[in-house]
Structure formats: C-alpha cells, structure tokens
Write a new protein. Structure first.
Length: 214
C-alpha cells in the first residue's frame, strides 16, 4: 500500500523545448566515390607547390569552392540536404543558397578553434578523409547563460552536458544551425584530416524574410 509521501504526484512529464539539432547523413558509397574522384584531385592541384604541412598546422582553401565544376555534385547534395532540413523544421521558404564553401586540411597536432558561422542560417561540413585520432567534431552549448551554474553531475547526458562529440567518417555530411559553436580537438593521426565546409542562407533575404512580422 502506497504511503502518503508516495502519492504526492498524480502525473508527470518532461517537456523538451528549443532543441538544437544536428543532421547527420552518410552518403551512399557510390556517390561518395564519385564526389571524391572530382574534389580530391582538385584539392591536390590547389596545394601544388606548397610545402608539406608542418606539425600542428592547417590549410584552408579559397571560400568559393561551390562555384567550381569539381564541387558541383557535392554542392547539389548539400542543397538537397538543406531542403530536407527546411521541410523537417516546417519552414515556409523552400530555397537556400550556398554563400561560401571551403576546404580545411589539418595535420597532426592541429586544432580548429571554437567558432560559429555568423550571418547564415545553416552550415554543413562534408568529411573527405578521416582517420582514428581525426574523426570527431565537438558541438558546444549555444546558450551562454547555461554555464553560469555548473553543479557536478553523476553522469553525462544530452540534458546536462555542455558539449557533444559527434563521430564522423569518410562520406559523412553534417548540417547544423550556423549559430551552433563547434571545434576540433588536436589531431592525433599521422594522416591529414580533410573536410569541406558550407554556409547557406536564404536568397533575397531583405526582400522577403527581413520585413517586419507585425
């Protein structure tokens, strides 16, 4: 028989609010191979004549790779994924444009500092080459006030952590809100970590979405 102290709740529920979502897509192997066959030689050509990356160093390409023919198929995949995200979020605007795209190569010992991508709606990153010791990305809690009080926890969960480590592999495409801070810890692989990043924004923003809502 329940005691008085055990009968104080009639019903209980947890209401999730304001989630921050990351979409993880693994490209079909044939498509991944086709994309790599185009972009890997292009990246090699861009780095032709440059010295080998020193320990702890990285390299970034120009920021308009989406305008190059070799990156067209990858860019199409990113746009297709973005439309799926808009549909999932029930956003009544079905077009996003790539505003920038660039490759990042990290050598052993290199890191990618904590950052976000302002003035865009979505960001994406495609993983060309990953290796043990170079196959994760860290996403950080975007709520600045959440870190004001940090009591000890008995176990990390999605509800109490201030960062989430997402494993990736060759052919993984991640898409996430451009405001979401992220970083890459020190690469411990002797092989280079290669990724291609994208920013996406609504075209004609000032003509359509920036109008007053009242």
């Amino acid at each position: 028989m329940a005691t008085e102290s055990e009968r104080w709740i009639q019903s209980s529920t947890v209401i999730p609010m304001f989630p921050t979502l990351v979409w993880k897509i693994q490209l079909e192997s044939r498509l991944h191979d086709e994309i790599d066959a185009a972009i890997v030689p292009a990246l090699q050509e861009m780095r032709r004549g440059l010295p080998k990356l020193e320990l702890g160093r990285g390299w970034q390409s120009e920021r308009e790779l989406h305008r190059r023919e070799e990156f067209e198929k990858l860019s199409q995949c990113v746009i297709r994924a973005a439309k799926t995200v808009l549909c999932f979020l029930r956003i009544g605007y079905d077009t996003l444009e790539v505003t920038g795209s660039w490759a990042t190569v990290l050598s052993r010992g290199a890191t990618h500092r904590y950052h976000s991508h302002p003035n865009n709606f979505l960001s994406a990153v495609y993983y060309v080459r990953t290796h043990p010791g170079a196959q994760v990305i860290h996403f950080h809690d975007p709520r600045s006030q959440a870190s004001v009080i940090r009591p000890p926890v008995t176990g990390l969960t999605a509800e109490n952590t201030d960062q989430v480590v997402v494993p990736v592999s060759n052919g993984t495409l991640l898409m996430f809100p451009a405001y979401l801070p992220h970083s890459v810890d020190e690469v411990t692989s002797d092989e280079e970590r290669i990724s291609v990043s994208f920013n996406l924004m609504f075209p004609a923003f000032t003509e359509n979405l920036a109008k007053p809502l009242w």
